[in-house]
Design a protein around this ligand. Structure first.
Ligand code: 2HA
Ligand code: ZN
Length: 275
């Protein structure tokens, strides 16, 4: 499995995914096989790469959804059941290159290795690809999707009051000024649904129309970014706010939080950063 070596851009993206996989593990957000990542690398595939890949006659797998905007697109994705700590150490044996078929109804497993028949894309592939489909359709700049289980954010969604998007974001923004600056749209919130289902993929998609991070009740979160570092930073910033909240509570007091006026000033600041 040498798909990393197709060209130096793909080699770099694989390195970035390995680096973020190690952060997720070190953060304690990636127990066992928890979490998954995908990056749309179509822009880096040269005609020579595409021809070499086609010659390999890769196996085809159908998908329960149609992805017309992704027809022919290439993705690096983490493998199902694979550990983030193993992805960090040995990307080639724990991640895969796929190409969405020309009809958009399935994908081809590139550089399929018969000695590793269990190396298949993440169980959350329907969520990942439907998010990528929306990103491409809407002409968005983001090309990566990261899913992980941040303890701090999951803990918050065990509190009924914070299973409400507005309340959740007001709490997170209020815990640290940078949170409003880095995540001014806040997180989208998806109430509990079965993981890996089309229902959760659809609900997540709706939230990504207006947010870069989507929190799944009692499970974890998804983030999009132009690269995996941007997606990681968004989650890390929100998780820090949640941690500050719990540290205050553990110390025996209810945190004061920033005032609505202070938050409004920070929102103006975040808009300045964007322009
Ligand atoms: O990849 O995190 O949600 C395992 C999961 C499923
Ligand atoms: Zn998960």
């Amino acid at each position: 499995m040498d798909f990393r070596n197709l060209n130096e851009d793909i080699f770099r993206v694989a390195g970035e995914m390995s680096e973020v996989a190690s952060y997720l593990w070190q953060k304690g957000w990636a127990e066992r096989n928890a979490g998954n990542m995908s990056v749309n690398i179509s822009e880096f595939i040269t005609p020579e790469n595409a021809a070499a890949i086609a010659n390999d006659n890769p196996p085809f797998y159908s998908l329960p959804l149609s992805l017309p905007a992704l027809a022919g697109n290439y993705f690096l994705v983490t493998g199902t059941g694979k550990r983030m700590r193993d992805i960090a150490r040995d990307f080639d044996h724990n991640a895969i290159l796929i190409r969405v078929s020309d009809d958009g109804n399935g994908y081809l497993l590139i550089k399929y290795d018969p000695s590793q028949p269990n190396l298949m894309p993440t169980s959350e592939l329907p969520s990942h690809l439907s998010i990528h489909e929306q990103l491409v359709t809407e002409g968005k700049r983001e090309r990566t999707v990261v899913h992980t289980h941040p303890n701090e954010l999951v803990s918050l969604t065990h509190i009924r009051d914070y299973c409400d998007q507005e309340a959740l974001n007001n709490l997170l923004w209020g815990m640290h000024p940078e949170t409003m600056v880095v995540v001014p749209e806040g997180a989208g919130f998806v109430p509990y649904l079965l993981t890996g289902s089309l229902e959760i993929a659809e609900a997540t998609l709706q939230k990504f129309k207006h947010h870069q991070v989507v929190v799944w009740e009692k499970h974890g979160c998804f983030a999009i970014g132009k690269d995996v570092f941007e997606a990681f930073d968004l989650i890390d910033t929100l998780a820090k706010s949640a941690l500050i909240y719990f540290q205050c509570r553990t110390a025996g007091y209810q945190p004061e939080g920033l005032t609505q006026e202070q938050l409004a000033d920070l929102k103006v600041l975040s808009e300045k950063f964007k322009s």
